[in-house]
Design a protein around this ligand. Structure first.
Ligand code: PEP
Ligand code: MG
Length: 576
């Protein structure tokens, strides 16, 4: 039994046997062209065959997956039908380049141009154009990809890269899981795997060579693991987990389209954490009522140079437009600590988590911050965008940010540029200093969002990456819970919105405490939306308060954790 690790891009458990999908050998020997007209016709025929085949695949996909996903393939058809692109290929053939080479050179030129754009969406199109090249090349070489649609039952597909066209052929009846060597959470193939609801683990190094065909595997798309040749006990546990996951998923669907309310009808806001503008769509489809945390630093991390004002504007606007008027909270650049951006020239520090990071960095790099705040101000004219400042420790910081926002809005007014000068500016509460000063900060900030991931570490004075002190890193610690209770109280007293965007917002054990404390907004990963709604449905405010009264008298992490587990067990038993 071996356990391989990868990226958990599509949740669930799949148990089956490996089928390695080899890419067809599309190598060719470039040869000089003698009959130019015949070669042009060969290229045109191959493109036409590819277009026909892809259209048929898109039709099939519309049925099996959905309209939006089929559009990705129709995008391929549109791209290759572009007269300019075809014209460039023809020119090369006229200069006696063979069809294979003409196709490859032009597709590669387009791919490189897309990659150089710096715009995330455009860059993603490079993979699409390379997919098109392989498709047309397969037609030219008569090597159309083997049909994935006729795989044996319980197949686990292993492939280097899962292309949208391969995904189109996947039949959910036969394929129980997907493993790839490349790809991440935001790749097209990951989005498609999630849409198909097939468990998938991506970025598994050397998967194609280390997983021989027919191997029995357990693919855990929630944990991002692949277990080969499992023993009996592991198999039994995986089957149970699979059953539980299926039941839970089926159960959760009931909550789509519902309001997020407690059992006694107190309405709360349930929103999503996203890392880029594309994920807003995923959040919306999972019924998020907005975005509570857009981690804008990923826009900076994914690029080789700083995204320009226009590039940032497009990304923020896209998220807001996608969310169709629902609130979208965009956090300004939160770098430093464990998030490094080489081109910003940050120096190595002795204690990076206590150092020059997040708002501290931004306020000293006005060039960087100005670009981002201007992009946010402009994008805020196109949707319900709110600006959120990370790692605030004192009142001066929020005052400074507000002054900058005001100054840049005035610049736009003078320049006659469309923006929203009244955009709300809120803060994350993730340091003990901010928690202690919450009443004063509530006078300055338009809203709070509690970052429990950092607040837990800073409150307990422990580094979550350090194994020796990990026992301290727990939000169940009474110090952390008291701090959170005070913050919520301070925000509510001032009448500003108080939300939470750390992982603890989706913790079923803690949700009753948040309800009891009066937390108004819960920002969780898109895949946790429905589960969190279900948990919230389970409690009346009074029941939650009774539990909180009991729990908040306890003085150790273990006592609190155990009391919460016990409370949940008692409720579950009562519900049976
Ligand atoms: C947090 O600290 O809780 C938070 C949401 O921010 P991040 O995890 O991005 O540091
Ligand atoms: Mg944080």
């Amino acid at each position: 039994m071996v356990i391989l690790k990868g990226a958990n891009v599509s949740p669930g458990i799949g148990i089956g046997r490996i089928v390695v999908i080899e890419e067809p050998d599309l190598s060719y020997e470039p040869k000089p062209v003698e009959d130019v007209e015949a070669e042009k016709a060969r290229l045109t025929d191959a493109i036409n065959d590819y277009v026909e085949f892809t259209k048929a695949q898109a039709e099939q996909m519309k049925e099996s997956v959905g309209e939006k996903e089929a559009e990705i393939l129709m995008g391929h058809v549109l791209m290759i039908s572009d007269p300019y692109m075809q014209g460039e290929m023809t020119k090369l053939v006229e200069a006696r380049t063979c069809a294979e080479d003409a196709l490859t050179q032009i597709c590669e030129q387009f791919a490189m141009m897309f990659e150089a754009s710096g715009d995330e969406l455009t860059m993603a199109r490079a993979a699409d154009v390379r997919d098109i090249r392989s498709g047309v090349l397969a037609e030219l070489l008569n090597k159309r990809t083997v049909s994935i649609s006729s795989l044996p039952q319980r197949s686990v597909i292993v492939t280097r890269e899962l292309t949208p066209s391969m995904t189109a052929e996947i039949n959910r009846e036969n394929v129980v899981a997907i493993i790839t060597e490349t790809g991440g959470v935001t790749s097209h193939s990951a989005i498609l795997a999630r849409a198909l609801e097939i468990p998938a683990v991506m970025a598994v190094a050397d998967a194609c060579t280390s997983l021989p065909p027919e191997t029995l595997v357990i693919v855990n798309g929630s944990a991002g693991t692949v277990t080969t040749d499992p023993d009996e006990a592991t198999m039994e546990a995986a089957k149970n987990e699979r059953e539980l996951f299926r039941q839970e998923q089926a159960d959760l669907k009931k909550f789509i389209g519902n309001k997020t309310v407690t059992a006694d009808d107190k309405e709360l806001l349930l929103v999503a954490n996203i890392g880029n503008a594309e994920q807003a769509q995923d959040a919306l489809e999972r019924d998020a009522e907005g975005v509570g945390l857009f981690r804008s630093e990923f826009l900076f991390i994914e690029n080789d140079e700083m995204p320009t004002e226009d590039q940032q504007f497009e990304a923020y606007k896209k998220a807001a437009v996608t969310m169709k008027g629902k609130p979208v909270i965009i956090r300004t650049l939160d770098i430093g600590g464990d998030k490094e951006i080489p081109y910003l020239g940050m120096e190595k520090e002795e204690n990076p988590f206590l150092g020059f990071r997040a708002i501290r960095y931004c306020l000293q790099r006005e060039d960087v911050y100005r670009t981002q705040l201007r992009a946010l101000l402009r994008a805020a004219a196109y949707g319900d965008i709110h600006i959120m400042v990370p790692l605030v420790t004192c009142v001066d910081e929020i005052r400074e940010v507000k002054a900058l926002v005001k100054r840049y809005a005035a610049e736009f007014e003078r320049e006659g540029v469309k923006c929203n000068p009244n955009v709300e500016v809120g803060i994350m509460i993730e340091t003990p200093a901010a928690a202690v000063m919450a009443d004063a900060l509530a006078e300055e900030a338009d809203f709070f969002s509690i970052g429990t991931n950092d607040l837990t570490g800073y409150t307990m004075a422990c580094d979550r990456g350090n194994d020796s002190v990990r026992y301290l890193y727990s939000t169940y610690n009474p110090a952390v819970l008291r701090s959170i209770r005070n913050v919520i109280q301070a925000g509510n007293d001032k009448g500003i919105m108080v939300g939470m965007c750390g992982e603890a917002a989706a913790d079923p054990l803690l949700i009753p405490l948040w309800i009891a404390f009066g937390l108004g907004e819960y920002s969780v990963s898109a895949t946790s939306i429905l589960r969190t709604r279900k948990e919230i449905y389970g409690w009346t405010v009074d029941e939650a308060k009774t539990l909180a009264d009991k729990v908040m008298k306890l003085t150790t992490e273990t006592e609190i954790h155990d009391a919460l587990v016990e409370a949940i067990e008692v409720r579950e038993k009562a519900a049976e």
